[in-house]
Design a protein around this ligand. Structure first.
Ligand SMILES: [Zn+2]
Length: 302
């Protein structure tokens, strides 16, 4: 029965990108899994990323959506930033509370090296640096947490962030499988221990995480949906699927937002931009859309 793997809010077709959350082990474990194949492919096309950047930025966007799963307010947003010294140069991702994400890397064209044949060395392309998570939940001050990168392989970095900055012991797994024509599979999983967890719960989750659990993209290749991946990992017949939602790549830029960005540059910068009689084209980092501003329009921002 397919119904067993259904959560309220999930798209009808389980092959569409979506996120699913569940609880198991007597409510001591929260589990979230996501399929992002189509949106990572869309990202690859927008930014024309080389394979190792597709993997790095795809994992980063997928992990960002996983940790944004608990932001619910209409206007809440989460911005994740990796600043690092590898050839990618850094990455930024913005998620909202409705399953939309947009992202970019500073360098889209990085030559790949490999851990072993077929296994892209993402850590080397990302390098050493920090992961910052900024949550704007409509409060006076946005929440802000920064940790050192563990390996630059992204999943470990999110795991470390959750443990040290949010005091939530977690397991994060992420995968992006890049083929010659584009993204074949992309997705991830996040398992978190909830207040009230026991030593046994820790042992159980650790054992499953370290016991050769297959890679996410392998399971996806085998036809596992996010809900089935959680079921396989937790092995708890009492697993309860709480909610699901479609996820997609979406940019929210507009000429208005672009002008706010230019207005923030400062008077001297704005004056010098206005000197070009032909005006300027401002390009959105997230979707590459260009917005034209005449020199009069630029001056009016002063
Ligand atoms: Zn845009």
């Amino acid at each position: 029965m397919e119904d067993k793997y259904f959560a309220p809010g999930m798209p009808e077709n389980e092959k569409d990108d979506h996120i699913v959350s569940a609880v198991a082990l007597k409510g001591h474990v929260k589990a979230v899994a996501i399929r992002t194949t189509a949106m990572v492919e869309e990202m690859r096309k927008i930014h024309d990323t080389s394979p190792v950047v597709t993997a790095a930025l795809g994992r980063f966007m997928t992990g960002s959506l996983l940790i944004a799963e608990n932001i619910k307010g209409e206007k809440d947003t989460q911005t994740t930033v990796i600043r690092a010294d590898g050839p990618i140069g850094g990455m930024t991702c913005v998620c909202d509370s409705k399953g939309h994400a947009r992202c970019y890397a500073l360098n889209n064209n990085v030559e790949a090296s490999y851990h072993k044949p077929g296994k892209l060395n993402v850590g080397e392309a990302v390098g050493k640096g920090t992961l910052t998570v900024i949550r704007d939940l409509g409060l006076k001050e946005p929440f802000n947490g920064t940790v050192e990168l563990m390996s630059g392989e992204i999943a470990e970095d999110f795991t470390y962030y959750l443990a040290s900055s949010e005091q939530t012991p977690s397991v994060v797994a992420l995968g992006v499988q890049v083929g010659p024509e584009g993204v074949l599979n992309a997705g991830g999983m996040m398992i978190q221990l909830m207040p009230g967890y026991t030593e046994e719960d820790i042992d159980y989750v650790e054992e499953r995480a370290n016991g050769g659990f297959p890679e996410i993209t392998f399971l996806m290749e085998e036809g596992f949906s996010p809900a089935k991946i959680l079921d396989l990992f937790l092995g708890d017949p009492e697993i309860e699927y709480l909610s699901g939602a479609p996820v997609s790549y979406r940019c929210t830029c507009s000429k208005e937002r672009m002008s706010a960005g230019i207005a923030a540059l400062g008077k001297d910068e704005i004056r010098s931009l206005s000197e070009d009689e032909k005006g300027i084209d401002a390009e959105c980092h997230f979707c590459n859309k260009k917005y034209h501003f005449t020199s009069e329009e630029i001056l009016s921002l002063l």
